[in-house]
Design a protein around this ligand. Sequence first.
Ligand SMILES: C[S@@+](CC[C@H](N)C(=O)[O-])C[C@H]1O[C@@H](n2cnc3c(N)ncnc32)[C@H](O)[C@@H]1O
Length: 622
Amino acid sequence: MIPEKPATKMNKNQDKTSGLYKIAAKIIKKVKTGSSYKTQLYQAQYPNKLTLNAVLMNVFKWEKVIDVLVEKSNILEKENNMDRDLVYVFITEMMWSKFGLKGNAKNILAIKKYKNEFLKLMKENDLEKLIGSKHTKVLKPRFFRVNTLMTTIEEILEKLSKLKFNKLESPKSYAEFLELIKSDKFKAKNVFVQDVHIKELLVFNSKVKFYELEEYNNGSLIVQDKASCLAAYLLNPEPNSTVLDMCAAPGMKTSHLAAIMQNKGKLYAVDRCRNRFNIMQKMLERYMVQNVETYNMDALTFPYYDDVKYILLDPSCSGSGIVDRVWDGSSEQNQNFQTRLKKLANVHAQLLNHALKCYPKLERLVYSTCSENHEENEAVVDEALSVNGKFKLLDCTKIVKGWTNKGVPGFDCSEMCLNAVPSDDCTNGFFIAVFVRRDLEEKEVVKEEKNVEDTVVKEEENIVDEEENIADNEEEKLIENTKIINKKNKKANKSIVINTDCNVVSKSKNKKQKNIEDNVVVKEEQNIADNEEEKLIENTKIINKKNKKANKSIVINTDRNVESKSNIKKQKNIESTPKVISKNAKRRERRLKLEQSIGKNNQNTTKVKKPKKTKKLKTEEI
Ligand SMILES: C[S@@+](CC[C@H](N)C(=O)[O-])C[C@H]1O[C@@H](n2cnc3c(N)ncnc32)[C@H](O)[C@@H]1O
């Protein structure tokens, strides 16, 4: 082992680097004791969040390998007084970062002495095979949902054809569809295929440069994971019916529901988180959803029961099914994670029971999560069924023809539920159960049959006719957009902060916020890990493109997350109207509270005017 030559002087950069390592180690420690990764990342006193995230992601990726290296080399005992988490960061940087472990501090030099030994251990023990998470090998195509409220499938197909996209022949069955999207044929540039179940869903490989598509930028094509689309697809509300989306923000599934309803009937979209609610309003407007009434309140106190026939319940969950999600540091065996799961499952059960009990005309309810944990899924469904005898489950996999992944075995509901498994279904991990009122059995069977028929007709059509949300994974897009907004806001001297519970929190500029803003806004340094580099380039391209096009700045205020200066007039359309709870509704609300002893509503109850059809907001305004 040849120790590297110590530098004689510490320069500014080295100080900065070791600062980065220390901050990364501090975050790892906090996350291990239950803090949220995202919160820690965005609160960290390190300006370049991308670099910090890349360093941490790398530690997470190699964690299992480092466990072995640390144990076999006995490094912690030999180098006493060295912090374990810092050692993990050092080892990751030294072994796997593009730029190596920088600096000449005593502890850094001590770690550098182990490089050869680690390389040897890696080779001897074939440690590379330990890397990655359960989702490492997942192929994730890009699903674009054609927003049929703004365009038609035919128009989009024609446009794609003009852009030299090559539509592959649609397979006859789901098995063949999966085979196709996993095949080499699907890896070619600019190929896509129409989904075998959801006709408005187009599937591209992950290389597609979606931000170059005008239709993506104007809201006609919406990035939405297939699993997420299945929720609205399975609820399948009729046009002119009354539908309640209980946990609606940021509104991906709401907009899909509106499309299925052809903008006819009534669609209540409720969410208790103010900031997500604000985003949803803008999103729904952008997607030209016109039959929606949005309410910023707790769904447990939503007062309009009478006509609701369909309910979508898609509550905040652990998100364990999301491929590529930011690591929350909670391994599934971890005590904190288990406690969190229990809490989430209780909230889910409360919402589900409320929905099944309190809506007299409810006929069909879809319960969905992007979790892979049975505690939040099958267990909640079993419990709800046991206390709501008027409802039973529909067999999801009969409706989504050819789908093989059902609920995890061991629960009464297992056979009737749908699980989306990333490695099999090429989607995020997702869970869906469809409840129907028992006395509607006959009607539902007819409806189910019609669905199956539709699929068969579509398959036939596909043979003759040659013809893909940000987060659930539209949240991804939201975060991307937030980064863009953050950057733009830097210019406009305003801030927007990402946090865990509500994803996006906006505040007008003050000193503290300015600090956070400086932290969030990302400098384009060269020292970023490969995966982040690509994202950054993508974002930069979008920003450049949009700046060129729009030539305007974004203003954020506390009440209304984002306003484009030149769009202030238009924004008046989204103004909030006064409280809409009537006396009766209030009485009903109080009664309900008493009856069910359900937590209090401390949220604003705001009914929002229906968006005007002609008004469109730009992507960066969301
Ligand atoms: C998984 S997200 C919903 C995603 C949304 N369905 C979509 O497709 O865009 C869960 C949402 O539920 C909201 N939420 C959680 N508990 C709620 C409650 N009791 N009442 C209303 N909203 C709630 C959260 O604020 C969050 O926005």
